[in-house]
Design a protein around this ligand. Structure first.
Ligand code: UD1
Ligand code: CA
Length: 456
């Protein structure tokens, strides 16, 4: 039987107190909606339809073009939202409905629920869990046989009903043709004057149709986000889950509660990650690396045996056994070779630095191609910008650049060249030559005494 998913994402999320639609708030660097769509797409679902409404364009923009959307102009409730996808609900199809604000659900639980729904041949199945704090969720009311009788919203619940800890996750499986029959029967006679999707289940129950409950022990998976506090709670769980997977794969994380790794990052065995590291985007880190405290690595490829200390690396690559930092900044499009040293307060931008080279302290290397085994002394500045244009420098293999040198681009320093410290180099340095470009020193003997400045 065909399987389709409908994700409800048209609400504003007023309880978030935000200008951003709720479903676009991020959990571990990715919108909650994207987390859910990824999970749905990994669950053998043929088509995923997202119901958009509030800030629809913004929500659509956040989705890949393959995701189909339908528009709910007025947010009249979750039942009304599903009705917007009515034309997509067909006979002979199992329809999975999820809310856009519950990003912790896993493929495993979805599959188990779908299997249960199909095996028991149910008209509808709701995913439930016992929550330590069920406040704000719809409560599951069971009949004398323990079967689903109805779902009562917190706002409509009696004191007794509020004491029930089994909650509605907002995730359901429906038989397509039954859902088509029941949706038009929904009414909005409740405190919020909304068309509740949850009422589909009691209508079905009253029609004598078979509905069921699939209860999960993993209650964290059904936690939804209505408030910022819940956003932080869910973020912490997601972070724990991501970090836990890396640790299972042989990565040491010194303080997992304080290490921020996005789902998209890959890390090799025996790499050690210290507290405060932020690893994001399509970052790939090799084996046996040390990623020191407060390092931020975004969309970058890090080789094996690399040590990064308190540094920032963005859209760049770093070769095996290279050290970066402390306090280095690799800006976009930098490619650092193997066994390179990028030391303290060194900034690199749009540059290639080949293997065994080093820039140990306080340099700016911008728009340059630096060869192998090059020494860049303390305080060297690649002067790449003339006020109008960025220009490139090319530094050959084995070049030695002394401290406090300005290299004015465009510039070529041929291989084996030496540049005396304090020089401002404006033209090509030939192969094997020493370039000195600074004023010669003059000593005026006895000058201090003559001026009466000598301290007695
Ligand atoms: C809903 C359920 C509640 C359940 C909880 C689980 C109903 C009536 N209540 O409550 O039983 O315990 O989820 O998290 O279904 N949405 C639309 N269009 C609308 C209204 C909502 O697309 O007109 C979307 C929202 O964007 C959101 C989702 O549906 O992603 C759930 O809406 P929300 O208002 O958060 O429902 P809850 O009150 O949490
Ligand atoms: Ca909700």
């Amino acid at each position: 039987m065909k399987l389709k998913a409908i994700v409800l994402a048209a609400g504003e999320g007023t309880r978030m107190k935000s200008k951003l639609p709720k479903v676009l708030h991020k959990v571990c660097g990715q919108t909650m909606l994207k987390h859910i769509i990824d999970t749905v797409n990994n669950s053998d679902i043929e088509e995923c339809i997202v119901v958009v409404g509030y800030e629809a364009e913004k929500v659509k923009e956040s989705l890949s073009s393959e995701v189909k959307t339908v528009f709910q102009e007025e947010q009249l409730g979750t039942g009304h939202a599903v009705t917007m996808a009515y034309d997509n609900i067909r006979e002979g199809t199992t329809v999975l409905v999820l809310c856009g604000d519950g990003p912790l659900i896993t493929e495993k639980t979805l599959r188990a629920m779908i299997d249960y729904h199909r095996k028991e041949d149910l008209g509808a199945t709701v995913l439930t869990a016992d929550l330590p704090n069920p406040e704000d969720y719809g409560r599951i009311i069971r009949d004398a046989e323990g079967r689903l009788q109805k779902i009562v919203e917190e706002k409509d619940a009696t004191v007794e009903e509020k004491s029930i800890t089994e909650i509605n996750s907002g995730i359901y499986c429906f038989d397509g043709s039954i859902l088509r029959d029941v949706l038009p029967k929904l009414e909005n006679n409740n405190i919020q004057k909304e068309y509740y999707l949850t009422d589909v289940l009691s209508v079905m129950h009253n029609m004598g149709l078979k509905t069921g409950i699939y209860k999960t022990e993993n209650y964290e998976e059904v936690m939804a986000i209505n408030y910022r506090e819940q956003l932080a709670d869910v973020e912490a769980i997601m972070r724990k889950r991501i970090n836990g997977n890396h640790m299972k794969n042989g990565v040491t994380i010194i303080n997992p509660g304080h290490t921020y790794i996005e789902k998209t990052v890959t890390i090799g065995m025996d790499t050690v990650i210290y507290a405060g590291a932020i690893l994001t985007g399509n970052t790939v880190i090799g084996e046996g690396c040390i990623i020191g405290q407060n390092s931020r690595i975004e969309n970058s490829i890090i080789g094996n045996g690399v040590e990064v200390q308190s540094s920032t690396i963005i859209n760049s690559s770093v070769g095996d056994y290279t050290t970066v930092g402390p306090y280095a900044y690799l800006r976009p499009n930098s490619s650092i070779g193997k066994h390179v040293k990028i030391g303290t307060f060194v900034e690199v931008k749009n540059s290639k630095i080949d293997s065994y080279s080093s820039a140990s302290h306080l340099s700016y290397i911008g728009d340059a191609d630096v060869g192998k085994n090059v020494n860049i002394g303390c305080g060297v500045v690649f002067v790449n910008y003339d006020g109008k244009e960025k220009n490139r420098s090319v530094i050959g293999d084995n070049v030695f650049v002394g401290s406090n040198v300005n290299l004015i681009a465009p510039l070529i320093v041929r291989k084996d060249g030496y540049i005396a410290c304090g020089s401002t180099i404006t033209s090509e340095v030939p192969e094997g030559a020493l370039a000195i470009a600074r004023a010669r020193q003059e000593n005026k003997e006895g000058w201090v005494d003559k001026k009466g400045l000598l301290k007695k």
